[in-house]
Design a protein around this ligand. Sequence first.
Ligand code: SF4
Length: 301
Amino acid sequence: MSCLFGPVPSRRYGRSLGIDLVPMKTCCYDCVFCQLGITPQTTCARRDYLPIESVLSDLKQWLTLHEPVDILTLCGSGEPTLHAHFGDVLRWIRAETPYPSLLMSNGALFFEPEVRRDAALADRVKISMHFWDETSFRATVRPHADLTFEKVYDGWLKFRENFHGTVDIEFFAVPGMNDAPEALNRIHRLMSPLRPDTVTVNSAERPPAESSVRSVPVSELNQLRAFFGTVAVAQTATASTAPQPYSEAALLALARRHPLTPAQFARYFGMPESQIVAALQRLATADPYAARALLPHDVSR
Ligand code: SF4
């Protein structure tokens, strides 16, 4: 199976080709709100989860299609910096394509010098900051035992010292965990030395790992955005895409790595929603990610 998926129309980044470097679900965190579900076993082991030759071969083949995109994004089934050669992918994008690259990372491994060196090959880096101390770190992202708040935050500071590309910070609001005024003030203060170019504020839209995680009402979300001074990333002209060719494999690839609602899948493939629902129902018996796509989503935001 190819490690590529999409292109996905992203509100923030335009038309984004996803490059998925790890098997579902490989992560050093087990975030309570993760839209991919629970992490069965957190890991900090950096390995060639997929042979780098096959990743680059998929990309070379894709390039011959001359498919218009706005950005190439390392993301998908977990944490991309766990792949020992994610830097080779960023290097290849820079050398062989006209497109910018985006590393969507939780940033947990930036304490390792090689990870910082390779992450700096991206044009944009998105890191996640939903906590302000050790207790809130453990509560929100349930990290691998080798990770501490201090280690992770110090890695981000070191990275920012030498990275001159764009830094996006994502704050995921979890009601009752990180949305009290004191918590928000502390998170805001910690973001400041990282000089983020944008701060995006999200809350649960898709079924989270823990069903107890509630979504934040739109009015409160807007207040949070104003508080963090969120800079919206302009949607590019190509972000609204022509329908993509439909196949069950394409539907499943997207459902696993970039969960959408049946209505959003229908728009993506240019098909009636009823056909998408029927396909997801068929696939749901064998694939939990197809089943998750049928759960109620909160798309009000
Ligand atoms: S939200 Fe991201 S960092 Fe958190 S568990 Fe899911 S994949 Fe890992």
